[in-house]
Structures are given as structure tokens and as C-alpha cells.
Design a protein around this ligand. Structure first.
Ligand SMILES: Nc1ncnc2c1ncn2[C@@H]1O[C@H](COP(=O)(O)OP(=O)(O)O)[C@@H](O)[C@H]1O
Ligand SMILES: [Mg+2]
Length: 214
């Protein structure tokens, strides 16, 4: 028995069973407009890239699903199913203390990821899962990169902030404040200050582009 969770542009995400385990499968689907040989190569290399990122995160002690099996022929990853809710939903009914605790620990987690030379690439509140005990997990590494550029790390946090801006306006300021507290505990004050000015620069560029479009 398998339940489809999401049909995305790139992949079909399902909750299923694998030798008795509760797992999540991410099946990259063929793109009919691509030459089929090339399409297979692209899907396979994206899948392997995603697996490499998850393994590197495990090594850096950043919680993410454990990779259980990869099916190269079907371009499918089977990974641990994280029982919990997306941060997006979790934030809907929380008090200040709960928000501060979770955002502080998210800051630490993202700090460890960045110190390991990984930028998530799509760090929104839909790609962060909170389990029953309040523990956080990152998912969705299709756009992740191995990098040491400040700009890539700043984009992660900019995206997180933007996703709070659209969905959770009331908690955004509190959330980002304790996020940066946790983050700077891991990466240090100097790095955090540089990063914050980079984020400001990205925002200014964004506004400039929007104004030019009008
Ligand atoms: N390992 C997992 N355990 C539980 N839920 C997951 C897991 N991986 C993904 N999800 C859920 O499925 C959704 C879609 O998966 P994701 O990898 O983000 O695909 P997409 O590229 O379509 O965004 C996530 O937002 C999350 O809610
Ligand atoms: Mg996603």
C-alpha cells in the first residue's frame, strides 16, 4: 500500500512500506520533452546528488531522513519517513516560548549545515519537519549545493525569512531573532554579521529588480 503525498514537477513523493519499514519514496519522473538517454542521465545524477547531500548532512550531525535504498533504474530514493508536521503548519498555533525554542534550534542546525559547506537551496517552512518531541529535520535536497560562498548561505536564510513573511507574519520577527541567536552560537558573531549584511544586499537587489519591472 502506498500513499502519494505530492506530485511535483520533478518527482512523485509517496509514503510506503519497504520490508516492514515506514518509508518515503522520491521517484524522479521522466520528462517527455528530453531525449530519453539524456533524461535518464539527468535524473540519475540529480538523485545521486541528493543522496550525497543527505550523507554529508548525517556526517555533520544535521538531522535529515536516513537514506535506506536507492533504485538507480527507477531513479527512486527510499528514505526514512519522518513522522511530524511541516514547520509551516506547526507555526499556526504556538506560543512565544515554543517559537523561540524551535527557531533557536533551527538556527543551530542551519549553522552546522553551513559550516559543513552545504547550502540547502530551498530552505522554506515546507521543507522543515517538526516531530512529536519538537525535534527538527530538513528534507528536500534537490537544489542543495556544496559551497563555501557567503552568498549561497545568505540566500538560504533569505528564503527562510521570505517564507515566514508570506505565511507567518506575526511570528516572523521573533522567529528570526532567535534563529540568529542559535546560528551565531555555531558559526560565530563575525560570520553572522557578514551574513546579515549579505542578506540585506540580496533584499536590496530584489527590491531594485521589482521596481524596474513596474
Ligand atoms: N522523509 C520525509 N518524511 C516525511 N515527510 C517528508 C519526507 N520527505 C518529504 N516529506 C514531505 O513531502 C513534501 C514534499 O517532499 P519534497 O522532497 O519537499 O519534494 P518537492 O521537491 O516536491 O518539494 C515535503 O514538504 C514534506 O512535507
Ligand atoms: Mg519541497
Amino acid at each position: 500500500m502506498s500513499n502519494v503525498i505530492r506530485i511535483g514537477a520533478e518527482a512523485i513523493i509517496s509514503r510506503t512500506h519497504l520490508i516492514g519499514f515506514d518509508v518515503l519514496s522520491k521517484h524522479r519522473i521522466p520528462k517527455p520533452y528530453r531525449i530519453s538517454n539524456l533524461d535518464e542521465k539527468i535524473r540519475e545524477s540529480r538523485m545521486i546528488h541528493e543522496v550525497k547531500v543527505m550523507l554529508a548532512l548525517k556526517k555533520a550531525c544535521v538531522p535529515c531522513p536516513a537514506v535506506l535504498l536507492i533504485d538507480r533504474k527507477e531513479t527512486t530514493i527510499y528514505m526514512q519517513y519522518i513522522v511530524g508536521v511541516e514547520l509551516k503548519r506547526w507555526l499556526e498555533a504556538r506560543n512565544e516560548r515554543e517559537v523561540m525554542e524551535v527557531s533557536d534550534s533551527l538556527g543551530r542546525l542551519v549553522g552546522r549545515m553551513h559550516m559543513a559547506g552545504i547550502a540547502h537551496g530551498d530552505l522554506t517552512t515546507s521543507n522543515i519537519i517538526v516531530d512529536d518531541s519538537g525535534k527538527l529535520y530538513l528534507v528536500d535536497f534537490g537544489l542543495s549545493i556544496f559551497t563555501d560562498e557567503l552568498e549561497d548561505f545568505a540566500v538560504d536564510i533569505h528564503l527562510l525569512d521570505r517564507s515566514l513573511e508570506s505565511g507567518h507574519y506575526g511570528v516572523r520577527e521573533l522567529f528570526m531573532h532567535s534563529f540568529f541567536q542559535g546560528y551565531s552560537e555555531v558559526v560565530g558573531g563575525d560570520f553572522t554579521r557578514d551574513l546579515i549584511s549579505k542578506i540585506r544586499e540580496i533584499r536590496r537587489r530584489g527590491r531594485y529588480v521589482e521596481e524596474r519591472r513596474r
